[in-house]
Design a protein around this ligand. Structure first.
Ligand code: ADP
Ligand code: MG
Length: 569
């Protein structure tokens, strides 16, 4: 469906067309008509699906009289507020009398007050600062007819719930309220129940959409070598514009410093920086004068910068949903992009596996490129770089001649220059040992047993044990082998390579409410089924042996029986 098919004013259609929008995105198709009708809407879709236009176009369209604030948009961060503000201004370009103002903390109050006084009719801002203005009576709510909560889940995550509620309870009741969120936790539903009227829930389930065009890789790196690995990847792939995600502000600062020291054009951004600094950093990243933006999730959420070629997860995101947000910073608006994730240690390996399950993405294991590979990549780059030069400078000719006179012929000159270039592109590349493969084939996996001090006396069934192990380790049920339950203890077959990790992550562990201890099993005790279950009638044992599904469920997890399991399906 095209924007043209909507009942929009010519001014807005013209502006939208100039922005290059012709067809609506799914969320826009489903929500804009409802919003234009005056419906309250809950819009549930992923990042990068065009939500700003979904609420912004109706916002601009709704402005009729001038001089009264009738639209209020709340966003979680200053950057997002500014971004929404910029986009709304673009929609309003040809419509007379629309005046949007952006208010956020960390910037001059006076300037914002001055702007608000100048016949503003759309206010976009962060909840904290909006509330500030309300309390100072520099922002009047009595004419507001349309309220937008953008990235509502993130606003709640950031602790804005009370501020939002305080604002909403002061806005006139006969308003329209529209809420957008990438996830729908119960807290959001509580807000919609209290503050929206018969909202229509519009959900776009295309988790894949944003991530489809993004190639996703991960690298396993020894503890403490992530910075080197990052430098190596930045050197090797030399993305023109990339974002590096860290989980803490300190990490952002340290890593930025480290990258700059190594000659990369990197800048850091996080919530502790002054607004003016943040704006400056964002601008330099947007206009590509710096290549690498090192950032926390808070400052990066929803940020729309085009032409980001690569995203690096230096730290694994703490929340699966963030993985999608982060990778969604590249591959925007139909471009391709690459996401690289660095992991160290078993725990992160399993966390990544969980992310893979959650996002349904294919995150492919790669090993860090070796120096020789990087050199040959750079050779090709140099070839195409030199081949693409089509303007030469006369003065260069003189230099060449002078060199020839002193005995360095053309070929020698070229060789020296190319070598210089190759050297500068490939020097200081951190060296890595060849990594051992993480996932060994399941066939022939060496196994050992662990012993858990709980058994039949506590009415324990294999699935309790397995559930607890999967829970504690993040591994898959299939990684565990045979489970034998004895009267007072249980043994479980585990991959030998994982034993330290498993022992580490299962102490302490609870099974069915009982605190248990997990140790390496040294015994040789083999469960004797006949003696163990004397009361079981004969036919049941047979049924088990011949593949009674229910009883066999537990065997699905035994690696050396996996063939049998496969055949059955
Ligand atoms: P979200 O808020 O859902 O994360 P944005 O509103 O930031 O997404 O939009 C993502 C990008 O898509 C922006 O660059 C925006 O200009 C662009 N965009 C939005 N709607 C359309 C459309 N209908 N056609 C083309 N590009 C669009
Ligand atoms: Mg958005």
């Amino acid at each position: 469906m095209y924007f043209k098919e909507l009942n929009l004013s010519q001014e807005i259609l013209k502006a939208v067309e100039e922005l290059g929008f012709t067809e609506m995105t799914e969320i826009q198709q489903k929500s804009i008509p409802l919003i234009l009708e005056g419906q309250d809407v809950i819009g549930h879709s992923n990042t990068g699906t065009g939500k700003t236009a979904a609420f912004g176009i109706p916002a601009v369209e709704s402005i009729s009289d001038t001089g009264n604030i009738s639209v209020l948009v709340m966003c979680p961060t200053r950057e997002l507020a500014m971004q929404a503000y910029e986009e709304i201004r673009k929609f309003a370009r040809y419509k007379k009398g629309v005046k949007a103002v952006c208010v956020y903390g960390g910037a001059s109050m006076d300037k914002q007050i001055h702007e608000l006084k100048r016949r503003a009719n759309i206010v976009i801002g962060t909840p904290g600062r909006i509330l500030d203005h309300i309390r100072r009576r520099t922002l009047k709510l009595n004419n507001i007819r349309y309220v937008v909560l953008d990235e509502a889940d993130e606003m709640l995550n950031m602790g804005f719930r009370e501020d939002i509620e305080a604002i909403l309870s002061e806005v006139p009741e006969d308003r329209q309220t529209v809420l957008f969120s990438a996830t729908m936790p119960p807290a959001i539903l509580a807000i919609t129940e209290t503050y929206q009227k018969n909202p229509v829930h519009v959900e776009i389930k295309s988790t894949q959409k944003t991530v489809e065009l993004i190639e996703q890789y991960y690298y396993e790196v020894a503890m403490g070598r992530k910075t080197d690995a990052l430098k190596l990847l930045l050197k090797a792939y030399a993305p023109k514009s990339s974002m590096v995600f860290c989980n803490t502000k300190k990490m952002v600062d340290d890593l930025t410093e480290e990258l700059v020291k190594s000659g990369f054009r990197a800048v850091g951004i996080h919530g502790d920086m002054k607004q003016s600094q943040r704006t400056q950093v964002m601008n330099s990243f947007r206009n590509k004068s710096v290549e690498i933006l090192v950032t926390t999730d808070v400052t990066a959420r929803g940020i729309d910068v085009t032409g980001v070629d690569a995203v690096f997860n230096y730290d694994l995101p703490q929340d699966n949903e963030y993985y999608i947000h982060r990778t969604g910073r590249t591959g925007r608006a139909g471009h391709t992009g690459t996401a690289y994730t660095l992991i160290s240690g078993r725990r992160q390996f399993y966390e990544l596996r969980e992310i893979e399950r959650y996002t349904k993405a294919d995150i492919i294991e790669k090993s860090l490129p070796e120096k020789s590979e990087i050199i040959s990549m750079k050779k090709y780059e140099i070839i195409s770089e030199i081949a693409s030069v089509n303007e030469t400078v006369r003065e260069a000719d003189d230099v060449l001649e002078k060199l020839a006179e002193s005995g360095i012929d053309y070929r020698e000159t070229a060789l020296r220059l190319i070598s210089e270039k190759l050297k500068s592109e490939t020097e200081n590349i951190p060296e890595f040992e060849k990594p051992r493969p993480l996932k060994k084939g399941r066939k022939g996996t060496q196994t050992v047993k662990v012993d858990i001090n709980i058994g039949r006396n506590k009415r324990i069934a294999p699935n309790f044990i397995l559930g607890a192990l999967v829970d504690a380790t993040g591994m898959s049920g299939r990684d565990f082998g045979k489970i034998d339950i004895f009267d007072t203890h249980t043994t479980v077959e585990i991959p030998e390579a994982e034993k330290d990790y498993i022992l580490d992550s299962t102490n302490p562990m609870k099974i069915n409410g009982n605190k248990v201890e997990v140790k390496l099993y040294k015994g040789t005790e083999v469960r004797n089924r006949r003696n163990d279950s004397p009361k079981k009638p004969e036919f049941d044992r047979k049924a088990r042996a011949y593949g009674n599904r229910k009883k066999n469920e537990v065997y699905d997890y035994i690696p050396n029986r996996s063939k049998r399991t496969k055949k059955r399906h």
